[in-house]
Design a protein around this ligand. Sequence first.
Ligand code: KG4
Ligand code: ZN
Length: 340
Amino acid sequence: MKDIKILAIESSCDETAAAVIENGRKVLSNVIYSQIDLHTLYGGVVPEIASRKHIEKVNPVIEQALTDAGLGLKDLDAIAVTYGPGLVGPLLVGVSAAKAVAYASGLPLIGVHHIEGHVSANFLEHPDLEPPFLCLIVSGGHTHLVIMKDYGEYEILGRTHDDAAGEAYDKVARAIGLGYPGGPKIDKVAKEGNPKAIAFPRAKVDECPYDFSFSGLKSAVLNYLNQAEMKGEEINRNDVAASFQAAVVDVLVERTMHAAKEYGFKKVALAGGVASNSALRAGMKEACEKRGLEMIYPSPIYCTDNAAMIGAAAYYEFLKGNFSGLDLNAIPNLKLGERK
Ligand code: KG4
Ligand code: ZN
């Protein structure tokens, strides 16, 4: 069979990204324009600012992805784009750009679910990886424990009832004065702190053994900070970060190991921005090694938002002939496994 080359576009939050992927696995180019510096000023992503920046950057990023791959539109087989979930304005920019390129080139269009993209990031550096496997998805907007049963087929075992793991990182980071985005900053300062210094809670969700809840943990950190302030005590920021992180990692590892045992999985994958967290990787690795499980995770550049992962997921839709019409719309609350 001829090699299939897909141009993929991602703009669901604050990264404008385009990539060219061959046969769902080989990255021919991967261009990411991060808007983080713009949003740092406001302590979080401002949707209107993100949309405007996407409009400015989407064409140059697409052109750069084609140039880096050494290809023109005539060399491609399809155009893929994230159409949800995410921020509606930012999503619309990517979807509109992808539709325009598909229309002008006559190439088929493939709408991709952002979270399916995150899971598929694991295919980029593991050429032999095939479903089924268990995957923990931990990003700024999502925390899901899923079984990837087959390409494009997911069974959700657990999800968060409130904050996503990355959201908790970002909120705690703000509270201890680290700024946005908090995840990488907490990861860094926690290395200098004691993870056992403060006993923060590890929440369980009644009757949902694979579900998560992080809002109680976030409140516990805020209460700890308030009490210290009222008593005039100085806090050790590194200890707070390390103890918070230990509580998050314990819960993520415990639920994942429980599911791996119950469902008999030998392969455990990580996905999403928080999957690049060093403590999570170390904790999951130790737990997997203890049980003889294989652990798979993408390089940090493929953990946070990128278009290469969208191209990886799109390839399997291409093989199934799952193409989207030019009426493809952005769906901000698109559910995992849902096709529209
Ligand atoms: O997957 P992603 O880029 O965007 C979403 O789809 O949400 O994830 C972004 C999230 C942010 O909350 C960020 O703080 C977190 O991933 N993150 C991290 C690390 N790097 C990014 N969290 C913990 N440790 C990290 N090293
Ligand atoms: Zn994401």
